[in-house]
Design a protein around this ligand. Structure first.
Ligand code: SF4
Length: 380
């Protein structure tokens, strides 16, 4: 079995989420917290019900503030090392749900600088282009212009840099190296970068000239960044960010690690056409048996099946319909070929609509970019 590695720059192995909760010092989302969320917004997203968003930092405290009338903002992002996948969309769709249900604003940071600095095979033109592609995918989910600020790091440097250097002054090289697994051969840019990823946590507070709480939904692999941000927040006079963390969506080919945007066979991209989706899903790893006879007799193994994971995490939000897929699979009445085609149809219906919205987003992209309509020189 491949050893578990989880950090912002590498996710490998069969992931033990309980172990990560202990290692990272996050808290599990329990029923009490789920009830609190439901009490505030009237329902639970299926990704909460199904435990995909599984851990948090101080979310209970944020809900208390919210229930007393204090608004927060959301902050999430994307490191553009390849085209956007369904795996990325998953937590963005959840972010949109949070934005709608709590009626709050969202900051979306796209870190073209980070991917340029970290990846020797990508130049800045490429990461910048990928950043704009990612922005289209995020906007396509239906955020209103007035409720979303999109930040492409290299294009918003004049706004980010004055805040980033204040953060950087409070971060030591040894703490960044230890958290991120960098060493003396790592370039100095990537060591500075974590300060850039922290900036959006503070922007709304700077804008409003008062402390505004921030909730960050992110994949648990990003936790090291935000542990550092939480460490410096109070030193700079801000609230520590609140977080909610999700598990990884597996690739189509393997249950280990997470969907890899750089591996076209493992990932479904938001720009894939119908045929490509069908072909990729046909080749997906399943929990099916060697032969049809065996499958009918013994049933499939949905818990070991990537196709089932796609229903569970994205394409079948209805719990009863999901249960039917599960029981038909284990009962042997559903065969993998049919099950894959059903999934491919669902993915294609979703992508058709998404691609239309994505195309529409091109003409209004600029309206969403963060504007320098506030003074960033306030903190010291
Ligand atoms: Fe997976 Fe569907 Fe096959 Fe069951 S029938 S193992 S859920 S692909």
């Amino acid at each position: 079995m491949v050893k578990q590695i989880v950090n912002p720059y590498e996710v490998k192995g069969s992931i033990d989420y309980d172990k990560l909760v202990d290692e990272f010092g996050v808290s599990k989302i329990n029923n009490k917290l789920l009830n609190e969320i439901e009490k505030n917004v009237g329902e639970l997203h299926f990704l909460l019900r199904r435990g995909y968003f599984f851990s948090h930092r101080d979310l209970d405290k944020l809900l208390k503030r919210y229930s007393k009338g204090e608004k927060f903002v959301l902050y999430t992002g994307r490191g553009p090392s390849g085209s956007t996948t369904i795996g990325h969309l998953l937590s963005w769709v959840f972010t949109k749900w949070l934005a709608d249900k709590f009626d709050v604003k969202t900051y979306f940071q796209i870190t073209d600088d980070e991917k340029f600095l970290f990846n020797p095979n990508l130049n800045l033109t490429e990461t910048n282009k990928l950043a704009y592609e990612a922005a289209l995918d995020f906007i396509a989910l239906g955020f209103k212009e007035e409720n979303l600020d999109v930040i492409v790091n290299t294009n918003a440097a004049d706004i980010l840099y004055p805040v980033a250097i204040r953060i950087a002054k409070k971060l030591t090289l040894s703490s960044v190296k230890a958290s991120m697994g960098f060493n003396d051969s790592s370039n100095i840019g990537i060591n500075f970068y974590t300060a850039m990823q922290s900036v959006p946590v503070f922007l709304e507070s700077i804008r409003q000239k008062k402390n505004v709480p921030v909730l960050i939904p992110y994949g648990i692999d990003q936790d090291n960044h935000f542990r550092l941000t939480r460490d410096v927040a109070e030193k700079l006079g801000f609230l520590k960010p609140f977080t909610i963390n999700c598990k990884f969506m597996p690739g189509l080919k393997s249950n280990d690690g997470k969907m890899n945007a750089s591996d076209p066979n493992s990932a479904i991209y938001t720009t894939d056409d119908e045929k490509t989706v069908i072909n990729k899903i046909k080749k997906a790893q399943t929990g099916g048996r060697e032969t049809i006879t065996e499958q009918k007799k013994l049933g499939g193994r949905p818990k070991e099946c990537n196709v089932y994971s796609y229903y569970d995490l994205f394409f079948e939000p209805d719990d009863n319909k999901l249960k039917t897929i599960y029981s038909n699979c284990v009962g042997g009445s559903l065969l993998c070929g049919e099950c894959k085609l059903m999934l491919a149809n669902k993915v294609n219906v979703f992508l058709k609509k998404h691609q239309i919205e994505r195309h529409k987003a091109k003409s209004k992209l600029k309206n969403y970019f963060l504007k320098k309509d506030f003074d960033t020189i306030r903190i010291d």
